[in-house]
Design a protein around this ligand. Structure first.
Ligand code: SF4
Length: 350
């Protein structure tokens, strides 16, 4: 019998499983507590469960679902992991240090099929979706690392490899599990999710009325340019995407974040800033400017510091909230997909 990933279950799923296995449902809370609060390293440590139940768990569930195969620590404290999944695929997870705490950036797919031209994650396409438990395990393993420093994961960003809305159901289940107050208890306002713009899923996500931070990878102020660098735009135009954003803001009463990577001579000129301001002026939002990371397989140059601040001030003149993302882990290839791409190249000499 194939074992299930033990982190794939919400607390309600645990109640169902326990019932089906002739066990009292209150054990669900105890199992959650062992996994996510006490963060044990083997099922045998669940000492308030009967030996019989522990045996059943052992026979039915896989406990060690991620194995660290590479790890880089940056001079700014950023830690990037390359994890191996049970089927041998590799995924990336990053722990980032901020003044306000530690955030963990998780992957939702092995690779990505969205084809954004500035992104290393999509080189080679998508191999498969991750299960909710494989995404949960990335947060849990990061928490176990931070436990050694008596520290905690204070926020989670769903911005690693993969398009989360291309793996919608597992991503939603993942958020339910890490948000559960009987487990890791990561508040919705401390979870950010970034999508390249799968419009129907933005509507569906808005209807959940969660307080999660929704970020849109925008990166261009007009359809012509956006379709060139983000193929998803050929399916869902900017006007459809902006409608979905307005719906999200109206339904959740939250602002959206627009992620805008500045790529030298591609989308970083004054005219682009003006066009961007016109596009988003009536949407409650915040713009996060990201000086693009160099990707050796891609051909972009960095925008000069002067132009980054120029771009920012044009948006501000239009009363738009803007921040510039601080680069983290630049010395360890921390940008999305870079470490995995390197791993694949080394393994398969592509
Ligand atoms: S930016 Fe995001 S959606 Fe686009 S290819 Fe990379 S991982 Fe996929």
């Amino acid at each position: 019998m194939n074992k299930r990933n033990i982190y794939d279950l919400t607390i309600e799923d645990w109640s169902t499983w326990l019932k089906e296995n002739g066990e009292p449902t209150y054990r669900a809370k105890q199992i959650f507590d062992w996994l996510y609060v006490k963060r044990i390293s083997s099922i045998d440590e669940m000492t308030n469960l009967s030996k019989e139940l522990r045996n059943k768990l052992d026979q039915s569930f896989e406990f060690q679902v991620l194995r660290i195969i590479d790890q880089h620590i940056s001079s700014d404290g950023t830690i990037k992991f390359l994890f191996q999944l049970l089927d041998g695929h590799a995924i990336e997870t990053v722990i980032m240090r901020h003044g306000y705490g530690n955030s963990v950036c998780v992957s939702t797919q092995v690779g990505c099929r969205m084809g954004c031209t500035f992104c290393a994650s999509t080189i080679g396409g998508v191999a498969r979706n991750l299960t909710a438990g494989e995404i949960v395990a990335q947060v849990l393993e990061s928490q176990k690392i931070l436990d050694k420093e008596n520290d905690r994961v204070s926020s989670v960003v769903v911005m690693g490899s993969g398009e989360p809305f291309d793996n919608y159901d597992e991503t939603i289940k993942f958020i339910r599990i890490i948000n559960d107050e009987k487990g890791l208890n990561i508040g919705q306002r401390h979870i950010s999710l970034s999508t390249s713009g799968i419009v129907p899923k933005i509507f569906e996500f808005a209807d959940l009325k969660w307080q999660v931070v929704l970020a849109i990878s925008l990166h261009a102020p007009n359809d012509e340019l956006r379709s060139k660098i983000m193929p998803i735009n050929k399916k869902y135009s900017l006007s459809e995407l902006m409608d979905a954003c307005r719906y999200y803001v109206n339904t959740t009463n939250r602002r959206v974040t627009f992620e805008y990577s500045l790529m030298g001579n591609v989308n970083d000129q004054d005219v682009h800033a003006e066009e961007l301001a016109r596009l988003i002026k009536d949407i409650k939002c915040h713009v996060n400017l990201i000086p693009v990371n160099y990707v050796s397989e891609r051909d972009f140059v960095r925008t000069s510091k002067k132009q980054i601040y120029n771009f920012k001030s044009i948006l501000e003149r239009h009363n738009i909230n803007v921040t510039i993302r601080r680069e983290q882990g630049g010395d360890i290839e921390a940008a999305c997909g870079q470490l995995r791409a390197k791993h694949i190249n080394n393994e398969f000499k592509l």
